[in-house]
Design a protein around this ligand. Sequence first.
Ligand SMILES: Nc1nc2c(c(=O)[nH]1)N[C@H]1C(S)=C(S)[C@@H](COP(=O)(O)OP(=O)(O)OC[C@H]3O[C@@H](n4cnc5c(=O)[nH]c(N)nc54)[C@H](O)[C@@H]3O)O[C@H]1N2
Ligand SMILES: Nc1nc2c(c(=O)[nH]1)N[C@H]1C(S)=C(S)[C@@H](COP(=O)(O)OP(=O)(O)OC[C@H]3O[C@@H](n4cnc5c(=O)[nH]c(N)nc54)[C@H](O)[C@@H]3O)O[C@H]1N2
Ligand code: SF4
Ligand SMILES: [Mo]
Length: 708
Amino acid sequence: MKPPESTIGPMPISLSAEGPVMSRPPVGAAATHCPYCALQCGMYVVDGEVTPRTDIPANAGGLCQKGWTAAELLDSPERLTSPLLRGSPVSWDEALDFVAARIRAIQAKHGPDGVAVFGGGGLTNEKAYQLGKFARVALRTSQIDYNGRFCMSSAAAAANRAFGMDRGLPFPITDIGAADAVMLAGANVAETMPPFVRHLTAMRANGGRLIVVDPRLTRTAKLADLHLRVTPGTDLALALGLLHIAIADGYGDEGYLAERTSGFDEVRTSVSAWWPERAERVTGVPVAQMREAVRILGRASRAMILTGRGAEQHAKGTDTVTAFINLALTLGLPGRQGSGYGCVTGQGNGQGGREHGQKADQLPGYRKIGDPAARAHVAAVWGVSPADLPGPGRSAYELLDALGTPRGPKALLLFGSNPVISAPDATRVAERLASLDLLVVSDFVLSETAAMADVVFPTTQWAEEEGTMTNLEGRVLLRRQAVPPPSGVRSDLSILYGIADRLGCGEKFPTDPRAVFEELRRASEGGTADYSGITYERIAAETGVFWPCPAVEPGEEPHPGTPRPFLDRFATPGGRARLVPVEHRPAAEEIDGDYPFYLTTGRVLAHYQSGAQTRRIRPLTQASPEVFVELHPDLAERLEITPGDRVRVLSRRGAAEGVARVNGTIRPDTVFMPFHWDGANRLTNPALDPVSRMPEFKVCAVNLERVA
Ligand SMILES: Nc1nc2c(c(=O)[nH]1)N[C@H]1C(S)=C(S)[C@@H](COP(=O)(O)OP(=O)(O)OC[C@H]3O[C@@H](n4cnc5c(=O)[nH]c(N)nc54)[C@H](O)[C@@H]3O)O[C@H]1N2
Ligand SMILES: Nc1nc2c(c(=O)[nH]1)N[C@H]1C(S)=C(S)[C@@H](COP(=O)(O)OP(=O)(O)OC[C@H]3O[C@@H](n4cnc5c(=O)[nH]c(N)nc54)[C@H](O)[C@@H]3O)O[C@H]1N2
Ligand code: SF4
Ligand SMILES: [Mo]
């Protein structure tokens, strides 16, 4: 079938104040994007079938299993189509009245911070923006954060520190195919973003070399020229060792360091004691392999260092990413055409979701909530006094951990996350949620968290709504409506309006995504993530626009957008990138006699995140039916575990079971569990990074036994 031309124009559905109203029949096919990961593969949806788009460079005609089956959840019998009050269907008015009355009562007793908000990196820019505004203006609470804190917050903190700006990939994804060397540290893109692999394949076909750093020989590591099978939690020492070698072997780019960076001398001194043998002792990576990695990166004329969650989701994730950035800067990569450092961001709108104010310390446009100028600008757009805007609140885990405690919030409104499955030490998080006076969840399925809620609002899904998503390259894309929503559901924007209206400020919360985007443009103007020059029409005409894209004076040529923001200068005050000395430290929880093995966690191809969506799609549950525990044959033999046995994994926080998968691709001291099912996060350690407040999802100490 030939995909239809891209269409943009009047949308078939307009949302009235009280919900969606059909105004004309659905269009036959709309060019839109996948609901899941940050690659945001372009796709058409026609008659409930998905077809890949070829005009979006990230996927260029490719999709993964999850993308191909994404439409199955649209008309699934598991779809929520009525608001639920304590599990029973009620009318929208009843549900909204109940929530507003409870919010008023709780805030009267406990103050504005008695009510908290939790968002998600899967929400469109419009929803993320509106949620942040709703918290600060309608609820006047400081207590808002989101699941992106669990995702790329360490990479974001490190990039801000080094470059003054956090744009996941500060270059188009197609630059990867033209590189001579790429190092992926803790990213398993062959499972987490399969069409990304075509860029790596293109690179290798051009003679480029791929280095993968992972404790497991993953599908991605199998594509690599060099696999560094690092001990979980030791990437920081590895990066220090690599930098030591790079400097000692003369790969430092002195001209670039002098011209474009600051701080190199301190960093050089700080890595002088990280001689390769010491790094080998800590990381388990042989010196010869480290030297080879440095040689590949150092000799390449275009090289990239990319990090994923494997390197970042640690209590020292920010410093680990900083160490990789120090290495990249020493080699002269960032800000040079075709080279650089990047973070392979995760959720569908993982990039945009972190820019527009659902983060505890942030206002739209990647502004700081503590900055008086930022407060004045945003308050003016919102029509409130800067003094009325709350200050920074708690980070995601700290917020979840405080719920229902004497000084913590007593109510939570949750949009786009399923923390009962995905937060660290999830048993504790479920207890906190259960202790609330009010839990409200907006979702399109009854997730494990929604099942605990006092009120559930049934909401629209990706293909039923319009909005913008910013992909891993910082390219703002258009999510178009392809099908009408089922009757009975409302958009998240409409739900926020419904509550705000009952709290007396409905007029500040439009339900039309275009109206919200227009406001977001103004709110972001002049900020780091400046969207003021971007319009829906431009996105459609240009297959996406890279931020920053400032507005221009009438009559001037529009700003072209910024695919490579660091070519001339970095976004720091002096324009130089900053090298920051960092020191290795052990994982927050080391293995010992009681818990002698490392547990690391991550993803499989067929499932997405907490699995709330993909565990309801048959071809995906057939491909990957249940939680497993991956372990090495030597370890399996020692513990008398055979493939297919049920095993119990125990940590200081709890226990979980899974089916044993035995293979030699993992380190003998490490076990791996995916977190898409209830289990892995009963075990994980909520130790937080001091800068990013990222939990240590990727390493904790466990014991293991066969279930009789
Ligand atoms: N299929 C699928 N795709 C997804 C998602 C999904 O849930 N499912 N989620 C999306 C999202 S939100 C995200 S954030 C991305 C995540 O994408 P990735 O970062 O690629 O995903 P993970 O599987 O969490 O972790 C990557 C690798 O880190 C390795 N690892 C574990 N511990 C360490 C360590 O200490 N050091 C190093 N170097 N590596 C380690 C794991 O073995 C794993 O192979 O994927 C996105 N795409
Ligand atoms: N052990 C371990 N834990 C992890 C990780 C790990 O690697 N290991 N990774 C972490 C990472 S990187 C991430 S990103 C988190 C993600 O974990 P979660 O935050 O739980 O993410 P999802 O499962 O995507 O949850 C999204 C929920 O919102 C719903 N939803 C989707 N879109 C919308 C929308 O537009 N509006 C509304 N109202 N609802 C919507 C979905 O149906 C689903 O129930 O997990 C983290 N947890
Ligand atoms: S899940 Fe990610 S890689 Fe798969 S089709 Fe969707 S956007 Fe593409
Ligand atoms: Mo993520």
